[in-house]
Write a protein that binds this ligand. Sequence first.
Ligand SMILES: [Zn+2]
Length: 259
Amino acid sequence: MNKDCKNNIKMPELLTRKQFLKESREKAEHYKHKIEKKTGVDLGEPGIKNLNWHAFDFAKEILEIELLGAYEKKDFLINPFLSFAAFPLTLSILEIKHFFQKNTRAIYLSPNIYINTRKKVREPVLSEKNGLDKTMVHELSHVLWEKLGGELNGISEKGNERLSMMVEGFATYSAKFWFSDLYPIKQKHYLTDYWGLPDYQAGALRMMRFTEEYGEDILLKVPTQWRELDEKTMMLEPELLFSSEKQLKAFKGHIDYEE
Ligand SMILES: [Zn+2]
């Protein structure tokens, strides 16, 4: 009896996780076509996977990069051995990292979008207006960035603060403004509405400035030309306030203030 009760409680939750993933896949397909139509860019076939697979795929990719590097350097013995030995370690570090990032809604690691199906994330996403729609459009905007020729923060290199700010700003701005006409429920977005991380806020403000200055079509050029755009487009006080010290340090242009 007790066991049955337990099963009865667990069953719907498992189904809900599955349904959530299924719903994410349907939304991804739906918005992929809409974004392709709006931008004229082919987004390919991004996979939609459970976030639980992210650490494994990421560690596997690091291993492949290491092995390829060893192969090119003709260093067959030591590097592959170290890589294989490092694989479980890398995987567990990433898993620990995920444990602390448990509120992350989704992650894009080319060619897959990883969806967090944990109840803690599922609930707020589903209760939010256009919640899952915005999550999927944000991740698809990362795919768009990549398809437009933009570099993503690489696996093997150390993170570039300014690049990461541009990548997240592009996706945030796209999901909140550029593609907001695609959502089923009409919604007005505000600056204060941004996800709380400095990359998202400062980057989205930068996108806003670019579109004010050069029109919305400039967004199609941002992935490949963000460095030039960043340098030639004046930064205003809100952008400076939202930027972190590291992001500003990584900025190569001059900083101007406006009255
Ligand atoms: Zn993102």
